[in-house]
Design a protein around this ligand. Structure first.
Ligand code: NAP
Length: 288
């Protein structure tokens, strides 16, 4: 049995669509009714990282798990303990590319490193997926594009080798099913095929939408105010620190691991944007 966590999130929901229908799958979610896109054969159960009894039930008979956790304060011990007790043999963990950068000392990256260490020390076989920024982060621009044809972000000319979440999910599905090879002890840095700045992504969206989008650079203080409207202060600070690191050029490297694993080129931002263009169109329902 394969257990999927984070199934209502950006990567997890894409993983569901890439699992072979002949493998037994259980999906764990805080609100099972919010899970979409699962195979009819998959069982969806209630589970919450803060509720140990729910994890014990969700992990019964599971041999492989996909683990998605957000840096919300609790560490992955709360999942690894019940997973070990249940006899889970392999965990594929969604981590982040920043963990390999010694200059990355922000709170989110420190927590990801800590959680990687916990998994490696757990005695359970592991695979670490370390993506660069998700292309889908640009969905946070959808509202201002729809209402005012404008994108606002800090450090607009700094580049990030952002990755299509669908590509990350495809690697996750490979690692979970063991197709192709044994992915135990694999630590995969996953990037897109080119580094793009926010201003360049805005220009690409403008062409695809046929709209004269403007890019407006936010000062670090303006960016902090915008982030603090969406996140707790410590997370907003970590995201700003991460943006500053991007400005220094540390997120522009393109990695060959993803095309090597998938046997095809990584998808471009244009590929992703074409598939998600409706979210940015002026007449689409309010999202993002
Ligand atoms: N965004 C990026 O650019 C980026 C880049 C690299 C790495 N990452 C890493 O990717 C991870 C986030 O992945 P994502 O974007 O796919 O997730 P996401 O969209 O943020 O969704 C989080 C998922 O976790 C679930 N969840 C939250 N709290 C839970 C709890 N207490 N118990 C059970 N499930 C819970 C949520 O379920 P509910 O529906 O119940 O809320 C949701 O399915 C983070 O570790 C982040 O550091 C992100």
């Amino acid at each position: 049995m394969i257990l999927i966590t984070g199934a209502t999130g950006t990567i997890g929901r894409e993983v569901l669509q890439r699992l072979p229908s002949d493998r037994p799958v259980r999906i764990m979610a805080r609100q099972p009714e919010r899970v979409t896109g699962a195979s009819p054969a998959a069982r969806i159960v209630h589970g919450d990282f803060t509720d140990p009894a729910s994890l014990t039930d969700a992990l019964h008979n599971v041999h492989t798990a996909f683990l998605v956790t957000n840096p919300d304060g609790g560490d992955d011990t709360r999942f690894l303990g019940p997973a070990r007790a249940a006899g889970v043999r392999h965990i594929v963990k969604l981590s982040a590319a920043a963990v390999t950068d010694p200059a990355a000392t922000d709170l989110i990256t420190r927590r990801q490193r800590h959680n990687e260490d916990l998994l490696r020390a757990s005695g359970i076989r592991w695979t670490l997926l370390r993506p660069r920024a998700f292309m889908s982060n640009t969905l946070s621009w959808a509202r201002s594009i729809r209402s005012g044809q404008v994108v606002r972000a800090p450090y607009g000319s700094s580049a990030n080798a952002c990755v299509d979440p669908g590509d990350v999910a495809e690697v996750a599905a490979l690692a979970l099913t063991g197709r192709g090879r044994d992915h135990a002890c694999g630590a995969y840095t996953l990037t897109g095929p080119q580094a793009l700045s926010a201003a360049e992504q805005t220009a690409q969206l403008a062409v695809l939408l046929g709209l004269p989008l403007r890019f407006e650079e936010l000062s670090p203080q303006q960016a902090r105010t915008a982030l603090e409207a969406r996140y707790p202060t410590n997370i907003a600070s970590a995201l700003l620190e991460s943006a500053r690191r991007q400005h220094s050029g540390s997120k522009a490297g393109v990695d060959a691991t993803l095309p090597g694993l998938l046997g095809r080129p990584a998808r471009t931002f244009r590929d992703w944007a074409v598939d998600h263009l409706d979210a940015f169109r002026p007449n689409s329902p309010a999202r993002g």
